[in-house]
Structure formats: structure tokens, C-alpha cells
Design a protein around this ligand. Sequence first.
Ligand code: NAP
Length: 282
Amino acid sequence: MRLLVTGAGGMLGQDVVRAARGHEVVALARRDLDVTDAAAVEAAIGDTAPHAVVNCAAWTDVDGAESDPQGAHAVNAAGPNHLARTCAAGGARLVHVSTDYVFDGERTPDSEPYVESDQTGPRSAYGASKLAGEQAVAAAGGSHAIVRSSWLFGDGGSNFVTTMLQLGAERSEVTVVDDQIGCPTATVQLARALVDLAGSPAQGIFHVAGGGRCSWYQLAVEVFRIAQRDCRVVPCTTADMPRPARRPAFSVLATERQGTPVLGPWQEGLAAYVSAMRPVGA
Ligand SMILES: NC(=O)c1ccc[n+]([C@@H]2O[C@H](COP(=O)([O-])OP(=O)(O)OC[C@H]3O[C@@H](n4cnc5c(N)ncnc54)[C@H](OP(=O)(O)O)[C@@H]3O)[C@@H](O)[C@H]2O)c1
């Protein structure tokens, strides 16, 4: 299979390129292909004639999207629209990555997870831009998989886990929100699922995230436990730490679709990731 990976320089994109070893891979970072440029998208797909495109390019600055919603829309909605139309016209499949932030997140902590058919209702400019991207991919009418995931961590970029380890190396106590519940997901595991879905004919939306659920506070506690760092984690509420963008209080994802790749418990992905890291501050 020939795979074209967009956003290949990003945290997830790097792991997708690694997961696709054994296939023919064309890895395009932002400097190689700006997905907001329709002509460049057509040229890249026309030149490489991929069987599938895995779109890891995105505007991921959730707070920054509140002050520049057009900028976020260009990358997260117009970009996937160009990709999806070009793929549909050329007979290539598109695997597009989306997010739990498309949901309003207003369920209580012990609720049932969100499944693919649940109603969306983003509460942030980032979430709205990602939902518009999903809709553009579906509307283009080609073969596609829209993969919603959440709370990513991986080798290819800074993330909540690296932030915690950095803070833990500098201080003896960190304060972390305990009233947002989600599914931490290892990009290395998600990447394998994306490559699997690139080679599958299954159509539509798929929820692929680490198994189980936790709060950011619980995730931080587990990070320090695995890293054997003596850093006290103090729980707080979202209201204690105001941010420009509203985050879903509850964004646990599960699948209702047979054949969807299922990832192991989030603790396993986290343990593998943290154990393989060079110690921060050591
Ligand atoms: N991170 C999470 O917790 C999380 C959770 C759920 C879903 N997701 C989704 O997962 C996907 C991958 O995210 P990630 O965590 O890997 O984020 P990331 O590390 O920020 O990767 C995104 C990549 O897209 C590139 N990019 C930005 N604008 C572009 C453009 N116009 N054309 C081409 N490339 C462009 C970025 O390049 P620059 O760095 O040069 O700007 C970056 O390399 C995204 O679809 C995101 O919405 C992420």
C-alpha cells in the first residue's frame, strides 16, 4: 500500500510514519505540504497517487483557536475538504483524525462513553473547526475513515505527560484539574490503528482511544508513580484554572462499531511511553 501522510512532522504524524514501515510511505510535513493550499494538495496527491492519505495535519492550539477561529478553520476544515475532494476524485482513501472535543462533554463522570452515533455539539472554536473538517470529509463522498481520539501523548511532541515530568523535575507539588474525564491515548497505538484503517474498506466515523477513563489529576498521579517521581499532585477544578477555550468535562470515547481497532487500557500505553523515556531533569 502506498500511504501519503500529511502533518508528518507532528506528534501523531511521526508515529504514523513509523507504524507504516513495510508500506511505501510518502511523509509530508507542513513545510512540504500546506493542506490549506488546494492546488498544492492536488499536486501532492496527483504526483504520488497514494492508495490512502492519513491526515495528521491540524491546528492543535485549542486556546489559540478562540482568538483566531478562521486560522483554525483553514487548517482543520478547509484543509480536510481539499484532501477529501482530491482523494475522492482520484480514488484514494482518506483516513482523517478528529477529536473528542466535537462533543459538548456535559455528561456526568460516571456516564456511558460517547459512541460514534452520539450527537456532537462542540463548545470551543477548535472543536467546531474539527467537526467542520469531519463534515467536509463525509460530504466529499469518497472512501474515508474519520477517527476520533483523545488526550494524546507520544515521542514526537510535547504533551501533558512531558509537561508533568518537566514540572515534577522543577517543583515538589503540581496542581491539576480533577473534573475533566477522558481517555489518555498513546500515539504509537493510535498510529497502528490508523494504518490498519487505511487498508480497510470500512466507512465512516470510528472512536479509537485508550481503554478506561481518568481525570487529568489521576493521569498526573499515574505519570509520577510510573516515573518514580516524588511530586505531590493536588486536585483542583476547571473553575480554579480558567483557560480561553472551554474543555469538555466528560469526553470518554468508546466504539459501537464492529471491526474498529480497540486499544489496550490507557495505563499500559502510558507505562510503555514513560518507561522508554530519558528521565526528565536527570
Ligand atoms: N493532541 C491531542 O491531545 C489530540 C487529541 C485528540 C485529537 N487530536 C488530533 O490528532 C491529530 C494530530 O495531532 P497532534 O497531537 O499530533 O498535533 P501536532 O503535534 O500539533 O501535529 C499537527 C501537525 O500539523 C501541522 N500543521 C499545522 N498546520 C498545517 C498546515 N496548514 N498544513 C500542513 N500541516 C500543518 C503542524 O505543523 P507545525 O507544528 O509546523 O505547525 C504539526 O506538525 C490532529 O488532528 C488533532 O486534532 C489530538
